[in-house]
Design a protein around this ligand. Structure first.
Ligand SMILES: [Zn+2]
Ligand SMILES: [Zn+2]
Length: 350
């Protein structure tokens, strides 16, 4: 199947249209016409090879929502016309203990990324959602609940599940004291989801000027990290911190905010942590962890939860041909809070 996407051909080149082939349907493949795709910080990092290992040309996009256009004979869960979504992975070994548990993101043999990955069957590169269509085996396709509109559902597929998974892993519920560091795409979803789970939510921010935004999103308190007195007063006051900061930063000021046995989970940054002292960890038996997206069944659970509770991201719609400008703005954190590409604009953008 011939389609078109927006590809980066090198770390320096802006995204530009590229015609390419989607594979013919295999055993239990689902063909999806993409209607919306969220813009994740990882898209930008991968396009620019910030983490190394990008396979060029790369078509980013792993917050994909669309409609089923065709299914292979082996498909049991979906039919043409269904509203579906695809997130950060499109395959895994499906045989190891982690895949058996539904933790495909932790597959012992490595999950297959939605873009810049390699197809497990034919060895071709995987291409993401900045494109007209995608073909994915049905185990990696999820259903979009009727209560969610397509544009708002898109960012849930990466930003949503990335923060939902640790909130569930650490049993956040009524009265849990949750801190959120960073108020971007991931952070604003962490606030909304934690509030919907019944948590008491503190946003930790460098600037007081984020307060109105934080409270509008449902947070209960804004704590200014540069305010030494306020930070000291907030010692031992949190059970869990979701740290969404996407660049290297100093964790030392945040760890004392955790109560005994509290955990700080990194979900934004990939790379070195900077200098850490064991002292705040030892004093409160505190932990640092990190968490990559979530499994497919948990992704479905998260979408259903958002549909039920009316939890949706704040989005800004863009046209496909605005993507390079959107990346510039994303780099400056100038977005509230997630760009979503209206893929109907692809046609006029090639
Ligand atoms: Zn992402
Ligand atoms: Zn596996």
């Amino acid at each position: 199947m011939q389609t078109v996407g927006y590809a980066a051909r090198s770390p320096e080149s802006p995204l530009a249209p590229m015609a390419f082939e989607r594979r013919a349907l295999r055993g239990n493949d689902v063909a999806i016409e993409i209607t919306h795709c969220g813009v994740c910080h990882s898209d930008l990092h991968t396009a620019r090879n910030d983490w190394g290992g990008t396979r060029y040309p790369v078509i980013p996009g792993h917050e994909i929502v669309g409609r089923v256009t065709a299914v292979a004979p082996g498909v049991t869960r979906y039919k043409a016309g269904d509203r579906v979504a695809v997130g950060c992975m499109v395959d895994s070994c499906m045989e190891c203990d982690q895949c058996d548990k539904g933790e495909e993101q932790l597959c012992r043999h490595g999950m297959t990324g939605t873009y810049s990955g390699v197809d497990r069957v034919d060895g071709t590169p995987t291409h993401g959602g900045y494109s007209g269509a995608i073909v994915v085996r049905e185990e990696f396709v999820v259903k979009v609940p009727d209560a969610l509109d397509a544009a708002h559902a898109a960012p849930l597929l990466c930003a949503g599940i990335t923060v939902y998974s640790p909130l569930r892993k650490w049993n956040v519920g009524e009265g849990t004291r949750v801190g959120v560091i960073g108020l971007g795409g991931l952070g604003h979803m962490a606030v909304k989801l934690a509030v919907a789970m019944g948590a008491h939510v503190t946003v930790v921010s460098r600037a007081k000027d984020k307060e109105a935004d934080a409270l509008a999103l449902g947070a209960h308190v804004l704590l200014v990290s540069g305010d030494r007195e306020a930070m000291a007063a907030a010692r031992d006051s949190l059970d869990l911190i979701i740290d969404t900061v996407p660049v290297e930063h100093d964790l030392n000021p945040y760890l004392p905010l955790l109560d005994v046995d509290g955990t700080l989970v990194l979900v934004g940054q990939i790379g070195p942590l900077g200098k850490l002292s064991s002292l705040p960890l030892l004093r409160g038996r505190r932990r640092i962890s990190a968490s990559p997206i979530g499994g497919i069944s948990q992704t479905q659970e998260m979408l259903d939860f958002c549909g039920e509770k009316g939890v949706v991201p704040e989005i800004e719609m863009i046209r496909m041909d605005e993507i390079n400008h959107a990346y510039d703005r994303l780099e400056k954190a100038d977005v509230r809070y997630r760009f979503v590409i209206d893929m109907a604009t692809l046609e006029n953008a090639v």
